[in-house]
Ligand binder design. Structure first.
Ligand code: PLP
Length: 357
């Protein structure tokens, strides 16, 4: 990936590192945050200068808009330590593009690409010791933006805070999951906010996901919001099926999050000569294909788990077990992606953005 022009980001170092608190053998994603964070405020119609400061609390009044009306967006990407000891951030340009789209949908201004990419890069360089050394580990990067006006009315905020925090993530053993095809509740509808990475999408998904868990499933497989007839995506992942040897995934739309892992896997599959189809997948077609033994495997794809094999698909109260779980095309694509991300294979697509001190 090309580097961006240099910008000045002042750094206020933390006097005390918390790195010794981390249990590196058993890192639970979300538990630890690195020593520093980046903050950049928008006020009076302009972005102020970004700065890197010690990780710590924000001081916000209870009337801050983000607490009430959901004007919040975020991204999730990872930095990896490659086999030659360097550190790379995976496809930050694509994550920036998606953040721009999310911001537009939520009526927010967006930081410049330089602030986003240089900010990530400088922060990761400063907290490089937090990037796990073992393959399978990564430093999860969470850029986000919240509305910080303090006048309690439903309106577009005039002021914002953009920030980036970093969280070490351990090796992810993607346990095969049981998913429930959701035919009652809706995550997103045409014209809604499904394609934006905004807080409200996740809050609204909690209840149906909780219900599915009570029924013995790990996650829901969302269907279209209008008739619940077409498969869309999973909770934090896009979904792929292998049907008659063809890799099939629903086309991206305004009710599906356009996953960067999805895009990477499609590219890798096409390069490997695996036939790929982005087409609508109806629940009826899927059920019939499973019953006829035409569905070999299914898996979710996202930054957190990379590839998460699906063992069981519950459709209208019947559980269908898939023949290939944790192997096949899903495993092959995961290995190809990991080989690039950990620097074991040449990055012919220019996806790795190397961080320099
Ligand atoms: C709803 C949803 N779909 C799909 C994805 C996968 O996207 P990505 O591969 O960019 O992580 C995510 C994770 O960010 C998600 O939250």
């Amino acid at each position: 990936m090309e580097t961006t022009t240099s910008i000045y980001i002042p750094v206020h170092r933390s006097y005390h590192s918390r790195i010794t608190e981390v249990d590196w053998e058993n890192i639970e994603l979300g538990l630890y945050t690195s020593d520093h964070m980046l903050v950049c405020d928008y006020a009076d119609g302009a972005w102020q200068g970004p700065e890197i400061i010690p990780f710590g609390a924000f001081s916000l009044l209870p009337t801050t808009l983000a607490f009430h009306y959901g004007q919040t967006i975020f991204e999730g990407l990872k930095a990896f330590r490659t086999v030659d000891g360097r550190i790379q951030i995976f496809r930050p340009d694509r994550h920036y593009e998606r953040m721009v789209k999310s911001a537009e949908r939520l009526c927010m201004p967006v930081v410049s690409k330089e602030v986003f990419i240089e900010g990530l890069s400088r922060l990761v360089a400063l907290d490089k010791d937090w990037v796990p050394g073992q393959e399978g580990g990564a430093l999860y990067l969470r850029p986000f933006q919240i509305a910080v006006d303090t006048r309690l009315s439903v309106k577009v905020s005039d002021s914002y805070r953009f920030a980036i925090v970093c969280l070490p993530a351990g090796q992810y053993f993607a346990k095969p999951v049981r998913v429930k095809v959701e035919r009652e509740y809706t995550r997103a509808v045409r014209g809604g906010t499904g394609a934006a990475k905004c807080g409200g999408n996740y809050g609204g998904a909690l209840y149906p996901t909780q219900k599915a868990k009570e029924e013995g499933y790990d996650q829901v497989l969302w269907t279209d919001g209008q008739h619940h007839d077409y498969i869309e995506e999973s909770g934090m992942m896009n979904v792929f099926f292998v049907i008659d040897g063809v890799l099939v995934t629903p086309p991206s739309s305004d009710s599906i999050l356009d996953g960067i892992t999805r895009d990477s896997l499609i590219t890798l599959a096409k390069t490997a000569g695996i036939p790929v189809e982005e087409r609508p997948i109806s629940v009826d077609m899927l059920r019939e294909a499973i019953e006829r033994g035409r569905v070999q495997e299914a898996f979710g794809a996202g930054t957190a788990a990379v590839v998460s094999p699906i063992r069981v698909i519950g459709i209208d109260g019947i559980d269908y077990t898939l023949p290939v779980v944790g192997g096949g095309i899903g495993a092959e694509l995961k290995e190809s992606l990991d080989a690039i991300r950990y620097g074991r294979k040449e990055d012919v697509f220019g996806w790795n953005f190397y961080v320099t001190d």
